[in-house]
Design a protein around this ligand. Structure first.
Ligand code: PHE
Length: 460
C-alpha cells in the first residue's frame, strides 16, 4: 500500500463508515446523551451537596473527559476494529505488546455491568411513558408521586418486565446492526429533548424556587467535599461522556478519515454537558418548591418531573413525550454499551451479528435482575457502597471507567509515537495538538491517580 496513506486509511476497507461528519457527531452524541445526563447527573449532584460537586464534575469533563474522548476516537479510527482487537493491533504496532488488548476486555466487562443496571432504569423510563400518558399524575402532590414511585420500583415483577422489554429492544436493534441507521433518529431526538427541557425550565423558573435551585447547583460549598465526592464527580464525568470503556473507540472505528476528531469531540462534550446542566436546573427548583430532598437518590427525576407534568397545561402530552424521548436517548446509549462486546464476538469468534447480540444480551439481561431486586426484595441488603445496584454502579463508574481511561490515555500519550497520534489528530491544528498531548501525557494521568489516592484517604 502507498506510504502516503495513514494506517487507518490502509485499514479502512475493513469497515463501513458513518455517512458523514455530522452523522458521526450524531452517533457519538446519541451514545453520550442518555440517562447519565437526565437521571444520574441530578441525583448525583443532589446526593453530593450540589455546587462543589458540579464544579468538580465540569472540571473533570473538560480536563480529563475531553482529551480522553479524543484519544479514544483516534485509537478507534487508527485500529478500525473492535476495541479489543484495536488495542492488540496498535499495542503490537507501537510497542510489540499485544497485551494492551486487556484494556478492551476490561471495557467490555464494564459495558456489561453498566448496561445491566442501565436497562433497568431505562425500563422505569418506559413505564413512566405509560403512566404520564394515562394522566396518572394530573394535579397530584409530592407525597403521592413518591408513593407511586416507591410502590412501582418495589414490585420486581413489573420492573423486571420493563427491563426485559427494554433489553429486547436493544438486542433487536444491535442484531439488525442499525447503529449507523440511528443517525436520523438522533438528529431529531436531541433537539427535541432540548426543547422539552426548555419548556420544563420555563416551569421551573415559575416554580417560585428557581433561585434556590440555581444557588444549590452553582454555589460551591467545599466543606461538603471529601475524597469520595471528588471520585464521584470524576466517575460521573466518565459515565456521562461514555469514555473509558471502548464505546467511543468502537464508534471511532467507523469514522471517515477526513473528519476532525478535535471538533467532533468538542461538539459532543458541549451538547452532553449542556443537557446535564439543563436537567439540573429543571429538577432542583421542583425539589425546593415541593419540600423534597435533594439527596433523594436514583428516584429523584421520577419523583420530581411528574409534579411538573401534573401541573403544566398539556402536561400529560409533554410528559409522555419527555419520557419517550428519554427512553429513546437511553436506547441509543444502550446500543453503544453493547457494541464493543458484540463487535469483538463477531470479529474474533466468527459469530453472526444476531447470534452475538442475543448471547451477550441474555447475559446482561440476567445480570440486570440484581438491580431489579436492589430496589425491591433485596433493598435492605447493603454492604460497602450500599445496595447491590450502588455497588455495581460504583465499581463500573468510579473504578472501571477511570482505570480504563487511565490506560487509554497512557497508551495514547506515552506508547503511541508522536507521529502516529499527530497523523490522526488534525495536523493543521498545531497548538491544539500540543495542548492535547500535554494533557494526555501529564495532566490526565496525574489527575486520575490523585483522585484515586485522595478517595482512599492518602491525603487526609
Ligand atoms: N453516557 C451514557 C449516558 O450518559 C451512558 C454510557 C456510559 C454509555 C458508558 C456508553 C458507555 O447515559
Amino acid at each position: 500500500m502507498a506510504d502516503s496513506l495513514t494506517k487507518s486509511e490502509q485499514r479502512s476497507s475493513l469497515h463501513g463508515h458513518w455517512s458523514s461528519r455530522v452523522g458521526f457527531i450524531l452517533a457519538v452524541t446519541g451514545a453520550a446523551v442518555g440517562l447519565g445526563n437526565i437521571w444520574k447527573f441530578p441525583y448525583m449532584a443532589g446526593m453530593n451537596g450540589g455546587g462543589a460537586f458540579v464544579l468538580i464534575y465540569l472540571a473533570c469533563v473538560l480536563v480529563i473527559g475531553l482529551p480522553i474522548m479524543m484519544s479514544e476516537i483516534m485509537i478507534g479510527r487508527r485500529g478500525r476494529r473492535n476495541p479489543v482487537a484495536t488495542m492488540q493491533i496498535l499495542g503490537e504496532e507501537e510497542s510489540g505488546q499485544r497485551k494492551w488488548g486487556l484494556v478492551g476486555i476490561i471495557g467490555v466487562l464494564g459495558g456489561f455491568i453498566i448496561l445491566s443496571f442501565y436497562s433497568v432504569i431505562a425500563g422505569w423510563t418506559v413505564a413512566y411513558v405509560f403512566k404520564t400518558a394515562s394522566n396518572e399524575f394530573a394535579n397530584t402532590n409530592a407525597q403521592s408521586v413518591s408513593e407511586a414511585f416507591n410502590s412501582f420500583v418495589g414490585n420486581p415483577f413489573i420492573t423486571g418486565f420493563w427491563h426485559t422489554a427494554f433489553m429486547t429492544m436493544t438486542v433487536i436493534l444491535v442484531a439488525l446492526g442499525v447503529e449507523k441507521g440511528l443517525e436520523k433518529a438522533v438528529r431529531f431526538m436531541v433537539p427535541a429533548l432540548l426543547v422539552l427541557l426548555l419548556v420544563l425550565l420555563g416551569y421551573a423558573i415559575n416554580s417560585g424556587s428557581f433561585m434556590e435551585g440555581v444557588v444549590f447547583m452553582f454555589q460551591p460549598d467545599f466543606s461538603k467535599v471529601d475524597g469520595g465526592t471528588v471520585l464521584a464527580a470524576m466517575g460521573q464525568a466518565f459515565f456521562t461522556l461514555s469514555v473509558g470503556m471502548g464505546s467511543i473507540m468502537a464508534y471511532g472505528a467507523y469514522l471517515p478519515q477526513d473528519t476532525s476528531i478535535v471538533q467532533t469531540s468538542i461538539a459532543v462534550v458541549v451538547a452532553d454537558t449542556a443537557i446535564a446542566i439543563l436537567a439540573g436546573l429543571v429538577i432542583f427548583p421542583i425539589v425546593f418548591a415541593n419540600g423534597l430532598e435533594t439527596a433523594e437518590g436514583p428516584g429523584l427525576i421520577f419523583q420530581t418531573l411528574p409534579l411538573a407534568f401534573g401541573q403544566l397545561a398539556g402536561g400529560a402530552i409533554f410528559g409522555t413525550l419527555f419520557f419517550l424521548l428519554l427512553g429513546f436517548a437511553a436506547l441509543t446509549s444502550a446500543i453503544s454499551l453493547m457494541e464493543p462486546a458484540v463487535a469483538w464476538m463477531i470479529e474474533s469468534h466468527r459469530l453472526s451479528r444476531p447470534k452475538a447480540a442475543i448471547v451477550i444480551g441474555i447475559v446482561i439481561w440476567l445480570l440486570g435482575f440484581l438491580t431489579v431486586l436492589s430496589f425491591s426484595t433485596l433493598k435492605d441488603l447493603t454492604f460497602l457502597q450500599g445496595t447491590i445496584f450502588d455497588n455495581l454502579d460504583y465499581l463500573a463508574s468510579n473504578i472501571m471507567l477511570p482505570l480504563g481511561g487511565l490506560a487509554i490515555t497512557i497508551f495514547a500519550g506515552w506508547i503511541m509515537c508522536r507521529n502516529s497520534s499527530a497523523d490522526e489528530l488534525d495536523p493543521v491544528a498545531g497548538s491544539v495538538y500540543k495542548l492535547w498531548r500535554l494533557l494526555t501525557r501529564y495532566v490526565v494521568p496525574v489527575a486520575v491517580v490523585l483522585v484515586f489516592l485522595n478517595a482512599i484517604g492518602v491525603f487526609s
